[in-house]
Write a protein that binds this ligand. Structure first.
Ligand code: FES
Ligand code: FES
Length: 203
């Protein structure tokens, strides 16, 4: 059955409003043209409002279908603790926890983590400001130099400590092998991991 002309016009109008809103909400990062920030929506894709569970909070956000979790966290939710190094699953700087397991946020699409618990480095502190054992350990051991790699390493240490606090140094090295530290500070980073295990076992 033919739709009345007014109904078609109204539908087209709503489509236009949605498309316009998508453009506005994406402009915070889509205008960046170079390097790892050059992600663009594919032609014809539109953004959709989804709700993500991030650090225990429900966060509504407009996302494009091909948008990575790292982009959403950094440029739409303002959680810049998650770093972008290589943007192609090589350096580990973007590591976050999804349902307690480590994931490279640059290599997982945001729409795939709907309904799952995402934890970033900003979510480690306790409700009264108490430090997570890994945060305390990194401070005790002064585990990083420039610390660009630190949030990623820290999230993998958190997964390790929470999974198996009695880990050995070799097991820590294996668990952290998906990370690159450009300052080459691996010995101090491993010292931090071992200290985190000690703190976790004593609390
Ligand atoms: S930025 Fe994701 S692994 Fe390097
Ligand atoms: S401390 Fe500088 S990249 Fe790791």
């Amino acid at each position: 059955m033919d739709e009345p002309t007014t109904s078609v016009s109204r539908r087209n109008f709503i489509k236009g409003v949605i498309a316009g809103g998508a453009t506005a909400s994406a402009s915070g990062y889509l205008f960046r043209q170079n390097g790892v920030l050059a992600q663009r929506s594919a032609p014809g894709s539109v953004e959709r409002l989804v709700t993500l569970n991030v650090n225990g909070q429900n966060r509504p956000v407009d996302i494009a279908h091909e948008e990575t979790l790292a982009m959403t966290l950094r440029y739409k939710l303002g959680l810049t603790g998650t770093k972008l190094g290589c943007d192609r699953a090589e350096c580990g700087a973007c590591t976050v926890l999804v349902d307690g397991r480590t994931h490279y946020a640059c290599s997982i699409l945001t729409h795939m983590v709907r309904g799952r618990e995402i934890k970033t480095v900003e979510g480690l502190e306790g409700p009264n400001g108490e430090l997570h054992p890994v945060q305390q350990a990194v401070m005790d051991e002064a585990g990083f130099q420039c610390a660009f790699c630190a949030p990623g390493f820290i999230m993998s240490m958190v997964a390790l400590v929470e999974d198996k606090p009695g880990f050995t140094r070799d097991e820590a090295a294996h668990a952290l092998s998906g990370h690159i530290c450009r300052c080459g500070d691996y010995n101090k980073i491993l010292n931090s991991a071992m200290r985190a295990g000690e703190i976790a076992r004593s609390t």
